[in-house]
Design a protein around this ligand. Structure first.
Ligand SMILES: Cc1cc2nc3c(=O)[nH]c(=O)nc-3n(C[C@H](O)[C@H](O)[C@H](O)COP(=O)(O)OP(=O)(O)OC[C@H]3O[C@@H](n4cnc5c(N)ncnc54)[C@H](O)[C@@H]3O)c2cc1C
Length: 444
């Protein structure tokens, strides 16, 4: 019997496995994806949020425990477990050093190309480099890792052991462990499950991350009596390029230039004020809006000045010398789009001088990024206690079953989003869950 079985292959699983091994446990890690696609959504992440009472090499100025907590309470509108939230914030104070110690490299604000960030640290080489560093650290420590291995059964009814069934190709392996840590991500890649809460609109969604986070492990836990938390109909969605892949488009298909143009539906009509939110995270509001559009499709229209201000994205914009020409390429009624642009330009002229950052769409060539809702994650998972033990519907937590990362993120992030909070949740809670699982195994 091994001490700790870790299910998943992203940052929460890796942090749990490494932490458990540090505490003397024998550890197996089961990653569903093939080796070249290991790392789940963590591969796509760029930065994580951390409190710091003084400037650090990775984040300038300060970001206090209370400021971080207040930000979390504010974006979630109170849908956060205060005890877990405080654990998360306090854990974030040491997670950068802990990760660095495992070989994860962070950018230094002085020599970075990213924008100034007081509250988050950026990974050098992005999430993929982080994943590679953590797998290497886990291997050095003696964590036994299996790829293309999927958890398909988990029985923790016996309080002394968890029995897992792992499918690898046609073979089924039975693993018995003193404790298990489930870090298998959310269910955002299971389109059938999504359809239960979002209806047929799901066919128009892009899933920004791994197709392997399909919630099968979450379903196993819920079916076994784990207490659910959050709302399966609530999600974090952003505007992405509609021409990107259905899965795994990652960060490069996100479209961030919305305030520099207008967004129209497939009838050529605007449906929201593109400049009502000029913050860096404005695109996060547009995912849900586009999800409500017919066909879950919309078009960002820019003129040459707007295009010059847009950040480069993976796919080049569709361009034409006239609005009517652009409309034809988009299969939008040219007259409707011309009327929309004319009305918009007239409204700019009427407010001239009052809103200097607004520009009429007047200078050809005109450009378009077609947009879809890009689903990042669902605010739903299993409830845990402060030791990361999975709570049950019948009351007490299971002493030997732990969860970390996106599968339990709704405990602290019941709604909303803060940049960098996903990785903080996965690394800090992953570390805590691994330590707690190893302590439990040592007592057995
Ligand atoms: C495009 C994109 C960009 C993002 N950028 C950021 C960012 O900059 N900062 C930030 O903080 N957050 C970001 N996030 C969110 C962040 O990536 C996640 O919150 C975090 O990676 C979650 O880590 P995790 O370990 O819980 O899950 P994941 O990293 O998704 O890992 C889940 C793992 O479980 C495995 N798995 C699933 N089912 C099974 C099974 N049955 N058996 C075995 N293994 C299984 C999967 O293969 C995968 O390896 C981003 C997400 C996306 C999609």
């Amino acid at each position: 019997m091994i001490d700790v079985l870790v299910i998943g292959g992203g940052s929460s699983a890796l942090c749990a496995a490494i932490a458990a091994r540090h505490h003397g446990a024998s550890v197996r890690l089961i990653e569903r994806a093939p080796r070249q696609l290991r790392g789940g959504n963590t591969r796509h992440a760029r930065n994580f949020r951390l409190m710091h009472e003084r400037p650090t090499p990775w984040a300038p100025d300060t970001y206090s425990e209370e400021a971080f907590l207040q930000d979390l309470v504010s974006v979630t509108d109170g849908a956060t477990d205060q005890r877990l939230a405080r654990l998360l914030v306090q854990g974030s104070a040491t997670i950068a050093d802990w990760l660095s110690d495992k070989g994860v490299r962070l950018q230094r604000p002085a020599d970075t190309y990213t924008s100034y960030s007081q509250r988050t640290a950026f990974l050098l080489g992005g999430g993929k480099a982080m994943v590679n560093a953590l797998y290497a650290a886990a291997a050095r420590l003696g964590v036994a890792t299996s790829y293309e291995s999927e958890l398909i059964g988990l029985d923790c009814a016996d309080e002394h052991q968890c029995r897992a069934s792992i499918r690898r190709g046609v073979a089924i392996e039975k693993i018995v462990a003193k404790a298990a840590v489930v870090c298998a991500g959310g269910h955002q890649a299971d389109l059938d499950w999504l359809r239960e809460d979002f209806g047929a609109a799901v066919d128009g969604f892009a899933v920004r991350g791994t197709p392997y986070a399909d919630g099968a492990a979450l379903r196993l836990l819920l079916d076994a009596g784990a207490r659910p938390i959050g709302d399966p109909g609530r999600s974090h969605m952003v505007a992405v390029d509609a021409r990107g892949p259905k899965f795994d488009g990652g960060i490069v298909t996100r479209i961030t230039a919305i305030p520099h143009g207008i967004v129209v539906d497939r009838d050529g009509r605007r449906f929201a004020d593109e400049r009502a939110n000029m913050s860096k995270s404005h695109f996060a509001e547009w995912g849900a809006r586009i999800a409500n559009c017919a066909g879950q499709i919309a078009f960002l229209i820019l003129d040459s000045r707007g295009l010059a201000r847009a950040r480069p994205s993976a796919l080049p914009p569709i361009q034409a010398d006239s609005i009517a020409g652009l409309a034809a390429k988009l299969q939008v009624d040219p007259t409707a789009l011309e009327v929309t642009v004319r009305d918009f330009n007239a409204s700019i002229a009427a407010t001239d001088g009052m809103s200097p950052r607004r520009c009429a769409l007047a200078e050809p060539p005109f450009a378009c990024y077609p947009l879809r809702p890009g689903l990042t994650f669902i605010h739903y998972g299993v409830a845990v206690d402060p030791q990361m033990r999975v709570m049950t519907n019948s009351g007490p937590p299971l002493a030997h079953l732990f969860a970390a990362g996106m599968i339990m993120a709704a405990n602290v992030l019941g709604r909303g989003y803060l940049s960098g909070i996903g990785l903080t949740i996965s690394t800090v809670f992953g570390r805590l869950a691994g330590e707690a699982a190893a302590r439990h195994a040592a007592r057995r």
